[in-house]
Each structure stands twice: as C-alpha cells, then as structure tokens.
Design a protein around this ligand. Structure first.
Ligand code: TTP
Ligand code: MG
Length: 666
C-alpha cells in the first residue's frame, strides 16, 4: 500500500491472486504497466471497469477466457506436481550448462539505447492545441490509444474503452486519431536518430533502438551525455520529449527507458553484477515478450520476478517448452541482443491487410470488399517486393469469432486478380458453412513469401540471396553472420506479446460498441470504423531509415555533421559496411581492418562457447502449448509467447478453427 492507503498495480496483483479474483485483474487491460500511474489506486479502477462492463458480451467473453486460463494453469500446476515427484537432476544439469553457455556469450562491449516518445499521439496533438497540455486528454474515442500524463493520474490509459475512461475522469477530452500527423512527427524524430546511429532500428511508430558505441567512441562522449544531448536535440527540433534507456543490450535498454518517463533517462551499467541485480527484482511483466497470460502462468508456478526464474530452472522447459526456457534464462541473466539494424532488414514472414466494417452479409457486398482488400494487398506486396506461396483469408463474424482459412495456389500470388480468384472459394466456403453469415472484418495475408527483388551484388561482390535472373526464389531463413538470431529467440516472444496487446485492443472495440448501442455519447459509425482500421496499423507501418547522407532543404541529417552549416555533402558512400556485423565503418583501411578483427574475435569466442558447452537437446514440443491466437474464445488466446508448432493446421473445434484446403480438393 502507498502511504495514502491506495494499492498500486503490483500490490493489487498480490491481492487479487490471493482472492482468486483474476478476472478483475484481467479487466485492468493491456497497459497496466504503463508509466505515470504510480499513484493510481488500481483496485478502485478495477471496480469501475468491472461495474461498467458487467453484463456486456465483452465481459462474458473475458470471463470465459479467464476461466479457460485458470483451467490451463491448473493443468500446469498438476504437471508441476508430477515433475516434483520425479528426479530432475539431468534437467537441472542441462539448465546449468545452458546458463554457463549463455554466460560465455555475454557481451558488455556495446552501448544500446532504447528511446520512446512520451505520450506520443497526445504530445503531437498538444502541439496543435497547447491548451490541452494542462488538462487530462486522450487520443482515440471508442478505445483510447494513449493519454497525456494528467489523464494517467486518474487511471486512464491506452487500451481502455473511452466510456470507462470517462467514468474515471469525467473531464477527459478525447480526440480522434490523425495517423498522418503522427507518422510525420515520427519521421522528424528519426532524422535526428540517424545522426547517432545510421543503422538504428525503429520498433514502432514512436520507439527505436540505437547502438551508440561507435558514436561515443568517435565523439569521445560518455553514453549518458550522448543520450542527454540526443534528447535535448529531439525536444528542441521536434518539440516533443522522449525518454531513453541505456544498457548493454536491447532487452535491458527497453525496460530502462520506462524507468524515468516522461522526459527522462536511465542507465543500467555494463557490468554483470549490476545487470543481475537489476533483473533479480524485476517483475516478469516488465520484460518485453512477457504478456498478460504468460505473466499469470509464471506467477502460478512461483515466478514473480526474473530473479525467481533461477529456482524453477529445471521445470521451465517441461512446463512451457524449450524456447520459453531459453528466453526466460536469458531474461534471468539480463542477456539480450546487442545488434541493432534497420527494421526493413528483418525478414518478413507475411504481408497482409485487413479492414473492419459494419456488419455485412450481402454476398455482392462481401465480394466487393474482398476485391478491395485484394487490391490493397497487391499494393503492399508491390511495395515490399514479395509474392506469397500461401494465401490466408481471415474473417471476423458479427459475434467477434475469428475464423481463418488458407490455400496454397498453384503459383505464388501477387496481383489483385490472383489474390481475389484464390481467396473467393474460401469466402464461399464460409458462406456455405455458416448460413446467414454476417462479417465485421475481413483480411487477406500472404505467407511463405517469395522475394520479387532483382538480384543484387553486395559490397564484397557476393550475390544476395534473393531472385536469380528475375525468377522468384524462396527466401531462406536468415541467420546472421555472427549467428545472433540463433542465440536470441526474444524477437518471437516480443512479436507474440505485441499481438496479444493488439488482440486485446480489438476486443475492447466490442465493449465500446456495446456501450454505444446503449446510447451513451455514441461515436458515429464512420468514426468507429476509422478508429479500428487505423489502430490496426499501430507498430506495423515502419518507414525505411532516413538516408544519413541526405540533406534536404529542411533537414540537417548527415552521417557526419559538417563543420559548417552550408556544406551539403555529395551523395557518396561515406562508410563501408562491415561484412560480419554489417554496421557502417570508417573507410580508413586500418580502422576498417581493426574493426573486422574485432568482429571476428567476437565470433570466435561465440563458436568456442558453443563447442565447449553442450547445446541443449533439440527442441521438444511444449507440453502445454496451443495458443488459438486467431480466436476470441480459445483458452490460450492472447498468450504472451510464441505458439508451439502445430502438428496439423486442420479443422479444430468450433471456436478454435483454423481451416486449410487446397484449390482443388477443397
Ligand atoms: P506507447 O509508446 O506505448 O505509448 P505513449 O507514447 O502514448 O506513452 P508513453 O509515454 O508511456 O510511451 O505508444 C506510442 C503511440 O502508439 C501512442 O501514443 C498511441 C499509439 N498506440 C496505439 O495506437 N495502440 C496501442 O495499443 C498503444 C499502446 C499505443
Ligand atoms: Mg511512447
């Protein structure tokens, strides 16, 4: 309890777990850990949400999901009890060997920074309407996407239905979304980031990772001073504030950037003892990749903090799967990737688009909608230069049940005509199976991508692994030169947690819509649709990094700051990419060679570590998996970690449907 008798989120968590009142905790929504809520009485907030949503379809759905999760946790606990009766000496040994192997890979030589804009959409809106700086304000009406820090003091936060937020703060001003404005402001921020790390990595519209090791070396600057300077520059040039975390790797930097929000920074020193101490007391939920469901599952087996993971190390693999075990051990040790690279260089697994609309059942209208989505997808595929070997149709019924079907066309598809032709039978099949089918969302996605890029010759004259002579070729799973992908499974967990959050935001739509039907300040139908469609873009639309060599009329972007203001450097290659880590290096021969030696030695150490420590055995199928992510009713819905591989993608029970059929034989 705080001194004023209120319960903060962690205290409330303790209380609800002992009361078994997990639903109330669940209803607090996906943004419970957001900054600016330290003084909020979460128990009171929970009562308000509970009473405001009780009896709604949304509430029933949440209750259903919560019960399922409780049952699933009971199974985990039963399994744990079983394991406690058997000899786990070999699992313990294996866990310890893995920890030893991880320790050998610890790299404390890099400085990674995570920056995140403060109350981003709200801050951008406040630039146009400065009077809103001093009053509680939110962006989004049906579901809030964010609030300024005044509103957060009342318990308002992103991922909360607008009418619930109004109950917490009746004076709250809610503005509609203006995505174009936020994208433009994000680009202004990125033009500054590129000066500190030309290969910075955008992680969502308002956050990015930078590796500033080289910057600090070149400028002879202390990382904290460099970051402070970066933040000042952003504030001065863009008029919005950012917060930053500075650490040895991306995982810790991200956690640290939330510590001194808003407009602050926090550093976790690059030494093992400090890092282990930092992780020891850190609640698991603070780690990017541990979502709400995973947090509860871990909590059930006695893991509240990353420090608690150690005592459970022998069980984790058997309870949650090998990948989760590896991820959690890395969390415990405070290990993470040090490599930062432009977002567009990550391998894309799928390209898709979806659209929310008013309940639609007319067959002609549904076909027109499908055609429109196919045309949108063609644009996305053209922009990203992919074709898809597999085509997935997703529909959301008016009951909010989500169904997906997929097909493997006889050739990889890209054009709207093909996308439409091959998805239409899937739609027709749904219509046949569900008489009177009414949809509120339709989406198309291409997976098993094939690059349509022309082949390129890289810096060392080697062919890029894309198309050969214009013919499409399957993209290979990318393994970095230094093998970091294999070591760090965190990206998958982070993506799963992001998806969990997105799913929860979508479910809240249902609540806000139901409320509208009850007649309290309804959004117009157009506003609702606009909001839903725009929100789906969150975190997905990442533009390529600004060109560090470009200096437009209003831009001061450059790889190296010119000595005088009027010099606009010619468009030339000012750096050479390192063939090992791909980061830009000085074109001075000696510096370049020294850097390669350094990278090679890092690689050698990693290989030695792998050779001397036996790797954990091959991945085993998680004992308890089965996230029915696409489905509003499945027990694992919203699970905050990657789903285990399915043996079959075939028809499951209703409510857990993932259908598959070929073009012929459907
Ligand atoms: P966040 O960085 O998560 O939040 P924030 O910048 O508003 O607040 P903080 O100071 O805590 O960082 O997200 C950035 C923007 O993305 C946010 O302003 C609104 C939008 N957003 C969504 O559209 N959907 C979401 O689920 C979330 C969390 C954010
Ligand atoms: Mg932010």
């Amino acid at each position: 309890m705080t001194t004023n008798g209120q319960s903060t989120s962690s205290e409330f968590r303790e209380a609800v777990v002992s009361d078994h009142d997990t639903l109330k905790y669940h209803l607090l929504g996906p943004s419970l850990t957001k900054a600016g809520q330290d003084t909020v009485d979460q128990q009171k907030v929970s009562e308000i949400i509970y009473n405001a949503s009780k009896g709604s379809k949304y509430f029933n759905n949440e209750e259903y999901k919560d019960k399922n999760l409780t049952q699933k946790i009971e199974k985990i606990l039963a399994r744990k009890r079983q394991l406690e009766r058997v000899d786990l000496a070999s699992d313990l040994r294996r866990a310890d060997e893995y920890i030893a192997e991880l320790e050998l890979s610890r790299d404390l030589s890099q400085t990674v920074v995570h920056i995140d804009c403060d109350a981003f959409y709200a801050a951008v809106e406040e630039l146009d309407r400065p009077e809103l700086k001093h009053v509680p304000m939110a962006v989004g009406k049906g579901v809030l996407t964010t609030c300024n820090y005044h509103a957060r003091k009342f318990g308002c936060r992103s991922g909360m239905a607008g009418f619930v937020a109004m109950k917490l703060c009746p004076d709250l001003i809610c503005l509609p979304l203006n995505f174009e404005k936020y994208t433009a402001k994000a680009q202004e921020v990125r033009e500054i980031l590129v000066e500190y790390d030309p290969r910075f990595e955008s992680a969502s519209i308002d956050e990015a990772y930078l590796n500033i090791t080289q910057y600090c070396e070149e400028k002879h600057m202390d990382p904290e001073d460099a970051v402070s300077q970066l933040r000042d520059e952003v504030a001065e040039r863009t008029k919005i504030t950012i917060s930053a975390g500075i650490a040895a790797n991306a995982k810790i930097a991200k956690i640290a950037s939330n510590r001194n929000k808003p407009n602050g920074q926090f550093k976790v020193a690059n030494d093992r003892t400090t890092i282990l101490a930092f992780m020891r007391d850190l609640p698991t939920r603070k780690v990017n990749g541990v979502g709400r469901v995973f947090e509860r599952e871990l909590d059930a087996v006695g893991v509240k903090t990353c420090g608690d993971l150690y005592s459970q190390r022998a069980y984790l693999s058997k309870l949650f799967g090998e990948k989760a075990f590896q991820f959690l051990m890395q969390c415990h040790l405070g290990l993470g990737r040090t490599k930062v690279q432009p977002a567009e260089e990550y391998e894309r697994k799928s390209v898709g688009t979806e659209s929310t609309f008013h309940d639609m059942s007319d067959k002609t209208e549904l076909r027109e909608k499908l055609r429109w989505i196919a045309e949108e997808l063609e644009k996305d595929l053209t922009r990203t230069q992919f074709k898809g070997r597999t085509l997935v149709l997703k529909v959301k019924l008016h009951t909010y049940e989500v169904l997906t079907r997929q097909v493997v066309p006889p050739k990889a598809v890209r054009t709207a005509d093909d996308l439409y032709t091959y998805s239409l039978p899937m739609l027709a099949k749904h219509e046949k199976e569900i008489p009177g089918m009414k949809l509120r969302l339709m989406g198309l996605r291409c997976t098993h991508l094939v690059s349509t890029k022309k082949s390129g010759i890289d810096f060392f004259g080697m062919r890029q692994p894309s198309a050969v002579d214009g013919e499409p070729s399957l993209i290979n799973t990318k393994v970095d030169n230094d093998g970091e992908w294999e070591i760090w499974p965190e990206a998958e967990f982070e993506e799963a947690a992001r998806q969990e959050r997105q799913d929860e935001m979508n479910e809240l739509e249902q609540l806000s819509q139901e409320q509208d039907m009850n007649g309290s300040e309804p959004l117009t139908a157009e506003e609702q649709l606009e909001e839903a469609n725009r929100r789906h873009k969150h975190g997905r639309e990442i533009l390529p990094n600004p060109d560090p060599t470009y200096r437009g009329p209003n831009s001061s972007v450059g790889f190296q700051k010119p000595a005088t203001n009027h010099v606009a450097p010619a468009k030339e290659e000012p750096f050479w990419p390192c063939p090992i880590c791909a980061r830009p290096q000085s074109t001075n021969d000696k510096d370049f060679n020294d850097h390669i030696d350094f990278c090679l030695s890092k690689q050698t150490i990693k290989e030695a570590a792998r050779d001397t420590s036996p790797s954990p055995p091959a991945l085993e199928k998680p004992v308890l998996d089965g996230r029915g992510k696409e489905n509003g009713h499945s027990s694992g819905n919203g699970r905050g970690r990657p789903k285990g591989k399915r043996k079959s993608e075939a028809v499951g029970e209703r409510g857990n449907k993932r259908l598959f059929f070929g073009v012929q034989g459907a």
